[in-house]
Design a protein around this ligand. Sequence first.
Ligand code: 5AD
Ligand code: SF4
Length: 441
Amino acid sequence: MNKPQTFRVKSFGCQMNVYDGERMAELLADRGMTVADEGADADLVVLNTCHIREKAAEKAYSDVGRLRREDGSKPLIALAGCVAQAEGEEARRRSAMIDMVVGPQAYHRLPEMIAAAAEGRAGVDTDMPAATKFDALPARRRGGVSAFLSVQEGCDKFCTYCVVPYTRGAEISRPFADVVAEAEQLVAGGARELTLLGQNVNAWESDGRDLAGLIRHLASFAELERIRYTTSHPVNMGESLIAAHGEIGKLMPYLHLPVQSGSDSILRAMNRSHTVESYLATIARVRAARPDIAISGDFIVGFPGESEADFERTLQVVDAVGYAAAFSFKYSPRPGTPAAGMDGQVAAEVMDERLQRLNERLQHHGRAFNQGCVGKTVDVLVEKKGRRPGQMIGKSPWLQSVFVETAAGIGEMIRVTLTEALPNSLGGVLAEPIGSRVVSV
Ligand code: 5AD
Ligand code: SF4
């Protein structure tokens, strides 16, 4: 096979996979390859996979199968991401179509693997090298208005249901200077909002600074308007980060803080290292610092041993917090995790029924939150064109999509009065003519 000229990277799973996918694409472009045109065959396809639940992992293999072309040929295929890390050599036994298997800490070596694979030498690289991949990746290119920036990877918490400590390795923080340098590149490339990413992003620390210190530093960039971070663990929600929400205007009023379950005995079995009470106390402190903050969460229903009473406690936490947004999942036993072997696995029908009840409750609170925004006048960062002529779509401080008719361009911050709550977004009208804020300073 000739060396590939065109490529496509497809990412699944979390925002960190999206970030990794962007960096792989930049790496390949840096080595002279070009992104395949929409609808055209690519010479190389990178599937950047997710292993978090069984469905996501199985999808990786069905997607590989679908890459077979009508004439029987196939592109070079790299299986990347967390399925690659978890399965290694096994992935190539499951599908002979896969030419390369590359884990999330080894993808900076893709160019060499591709050169070898083009000569018929398949490769598997699931090393977790101590020298980080970041040093080997090219500088960030011009990107979108809102950019992801990985600052922390891996997890030492070992929740008993979760594959992340195995697929992403131990917790590491990228050094302060590296993060700042990448942030500068992104802002120079047009980013007006940065979302700092980490599996336990609020555990980030470097050179005696914590995440609040990093955010404070980034907030001093004149052209950077907004800062967000995700995902946080309740035990790392320290006082300085909580205080930062009340002190740093550019830090958006949004916190994704998964609780997983509202039952202390289930939280213990999950090895979550927090209780319902300590979680709710943290939320209360965050709200005291920033009263208008939107809280979002993750939930698992049907963890082994979860009784109806345990589940009802989860519903109580949902009501107590009033989540603005949430992600809810049925427990999925993952190979190699302690919970997969626990007694009391919950029947599929019971999980279905609980998930439905949970979702109804979460939707109720999500709608109430959106409804409560109607009438407020807020800053909206314009991100893209809407479907209707003259319509643009931006983001509110609380991460809702806002539809508004405006002549403002992508990357501009506009004042919008929110007029309408739709199921997954808000409608609004311009509160001030564009540019008036600039004139009035
Ligand atoms: N089954 C179901 N949901 C899971 N999550 C993590 N592992 C599992 C699993 N084995 C969920 C958690 C986590 C989110 C990213 O995915 O809610 O916060
Ligand atoms: Fe999926 Fe977790 Fe890997 Fe993200 S870190 S891709 S959620 S398994």
